[in-house]
Design a protein around this ligand. Sequence first.
Ligand SMILES: Cc1cc2nc3c(=O)[nH]c(=O)nc-3n(C[C@H](O)[C@H](O)[C@H](O)COP(=O)(O)OP(=O)(O)OC[C@H]3O[C@@H](n4cnc5c(N)ncnc54)[C@H](O)[C@@H]3O)c2cc1C
Length: 460
Amino acid sequence: MATDTGLARDLAALVGPGHVRTDAGALTAYGRDATPLFHALPQAVVLPGSTEEVAAVLRYATEHRVPVVPRGAGSNLCAATVPLTGGIVLVLTRLNKILEVSSEELLARVQTGVSTAALADAAAARGLLYAPDPGSRTVSTVGGNVATCAGGLRGLKYGVTRNYVLGLEAVLPTGEIIRTGGRLWKDVAGYDLTRLLTGSEGTLAVITEAIVALLPAPEESGTGVAYFDSLADASRAVADVISAGIVPATLEFLDRKCIAAVEEFAGLGLRQDAGALLLFGDDGAPPTVAANLARIQEVCADAGALETTLAEDVARADALLAARRCSLPALSRLGSLTILEDATVPRHRQAEMVDRIDEIAARHDLLIATFGHAGDGNLHPTCVLDPEDTEGADRAHRAFAEIFAAAIAMDGTITGEHGVGAAKLPYLADKIGADQMALLRRVKTAFDPAGILNPGKLGS
Ligand SMILES: Cc1cc2nc3c(=O)[nH]c(=O)nc-3n(C[C@H](O)[C@H](O)[C@H](O)COP(=O)(O)OP(=O)(O)OC[C@H]3O[C@@H](n4cnc5c(N)ncnc54)[C@H](O)[C@@H]3O)c2cc1C
């Protein structure tokens, strides 16, 4: 590997000296992402300004065996952008142009450093909807969303990022620029590399452009809230809603600990005596939205809800959605070490899983609050600790290992939307088995023969 000064000089020749950072502040900042407890210093932070510059950096890195970690906003929660073996953090945020929004073809073409919210806003300005809606949308990039196959608050009805990716431009670690898929809804020529790259977590190629499908924006949307004695009761209500034949856009829940933290943080007027809150919402034609929301209220009442109310206006609906979106920052205020995890089980086993998480938390003497996407069984158990409490962090580690094992035992998975990264890699073989792990490694080698792209993650 080149010396740090030699590396910086060589990189500056490829992308311009103003776009290579080697100062201590930058190296420290880009040595972390949104995941607590993981940190490692890169040798250089590089901000390319074009696909060709990305290709030049990758070609150089393969030739000189320098690790490269692609990075969007660094908002991932599985240490996916921590440069575990040093090298280059390749930040894509200068590639942030919205190249096209087509009402006729119902698609957008964007550079992947653009934020999810900017894409959604550009679509909305044309009366269109970009459906993927991660809680981090104001900062997360489309590249990061594609690379992690991000989900979000509308996942139940609209699916996840993968369902909207039509085509990609990507740079292989060896420097070749490829285009997969395209503008077509129907295209089955060859292996589906678009899908393979979607969710590949920066380990196979650097994605520089994406063509994503848009939908006509729904005419109306509505939101409501139901309070229950317990999260298990709320989970049973979710199963009843789906069994009633309704697939709402949003079905999110907060447990008692989250409700208290969010209320303290944001003062939204949430009811404090409930064990759980279910946030529901739908969109579409006005009569359908009204009928679905009324039916959800009925089902929740039958399932024992303490109270159900509909947001009377957009401001109240936004406030309720904010309750869900601000769960993580609200919980972080309870202790500055906040470990947010991501386990998913089949919807009908959600109540059982919630009970299991509570039992594991109590046995390890930990504060674990749970919120998540109730409609698709995607739970976010979140442990809040004092950062000085190293013994507590060890207990949390053991508790989460048990939580992932419990999810797998219930036919669930170790991550429903955040990805594997470095944090979940130790658990991946338990989920997919030795043969698939070996296949993943062979796929990785086919894309990245020198093993330079995001080492220590998928395919390692
Ligand atoms: C408050 C909060 C709420 C969140 N809510 C959700 C949610 O609702 N749903 C959800 O799914 N996630 C959520 N997340 C997690 C995170 O925001 C998502 O994983 C998001 O997709 C990451 O985007 P990013 O631009 O920050 O990517 P990064 O964190 O920078 O990178 C994530 C991964 O993608 C790779 N990558 C990034 N850009 C590229 C590229 N152009 N080419 C190749 N690889 C690339 C990286 O190497 C890394 O492996 C949340 C996080 C926070 C902090």
